[in-house]
Design a binder for this molecule. Structure first.
Ligand SMILES: [Zn+2]
Length: 215
């Protein structure tokens, strides 16, 4: 009886729903350290309008895609948790280690999508990195629903992405997103942040599609 009780108490120390690596199924983190070695590092991404720099942690390929999908569509935070230390380090390399340093924010997903999923993956990434690295994080942007096309520039009409700043900002701002493909989302976010007063905008993403031109 005592032994069974002890086994039960010990089991409480273990998480009830352990995290399994999405790729190999090993218990611990997702990705596990071994699978993390399989990712292709991305770092500096080609030039994007309105941004001083865009950095991505990994290349968006067959290795990283399932992990990003796990986060984006199923709200599994394991991917973000596993990548947060590396993303914080990447950010330190990019903007320096000074604290508090620039404010972190994110390019919000469309309100409809955020409602459907119950979360905004870009916000989850920004908040995890801010918490881990001791940097300030603020919601600085609202995303317009996207149907309204009148009164926009040609580039805005072609992408249909527009953000409105929620308040005036000062100095440099770091804007997060999950994946950078064409850069149009980050670019629209940076444009709004500059309009609000940002002197510099740096984009940080978990992954970047490999066909972007590298600097
Ligand atoms: Zn693994």
């Amino acid at each position: 009886m005592l032994r069974r009780l002890r086994a039960f108490v010990n089991s409480l120390a273990e998480p009830w729903f352990p995290t399994l690596c999405l790729r190999c199924g090993v218990v611990g983190t997702s990705p596990c350290p071994e699978c993390s070695e399989e990712f292709t590092p991305a770092h500096v991404v080609g030039e994007t309008a309105h941004l001083d720099a865009v950095v991505a942690l990994v290349v968006y390929d067959e290795v990283s895609r399932p992990f990003i999908a796990d986060l984006k569509f199923r709200g599994k935070w394991a991917t973000v948790q596993a990548f947060t230390p590396a993303m914080s380090f990447l950010l330190d390399e990019c903007i320096g280690t000074e604290r508090p340093g620039p404010v972190l924010t994110w390019a919000p997903t469309t309100p409809t999508r955020a409602r459907q999923r119950g979360f905004d993956q870009a916000e989850v990434i920004a908040r995890h990195v801010a918490h881990y690295s001791g940097r300030p994080v603020l919601k600085l942007l609202d995303r317009r629903p996207g149907e309204h096309q009148t009164g926009r520039s040609r580039s805005e009409r072609s992408t249909g992405i527009h953000f409105d700043p929620r308040r005036p900002v000062y100095g440099a701002i770091v804007v997060f997103d999950d994946v950078v493909t064409t850069g149009s989302t980050l670019s629209a976010a940076a444009q709004a942040l500059r309009f609000a007063g940002a002197s510099a905008v740096v984009g940080v993403t978990l992954a970047a599609t490999p066909d972007r031109p590298k600097r």
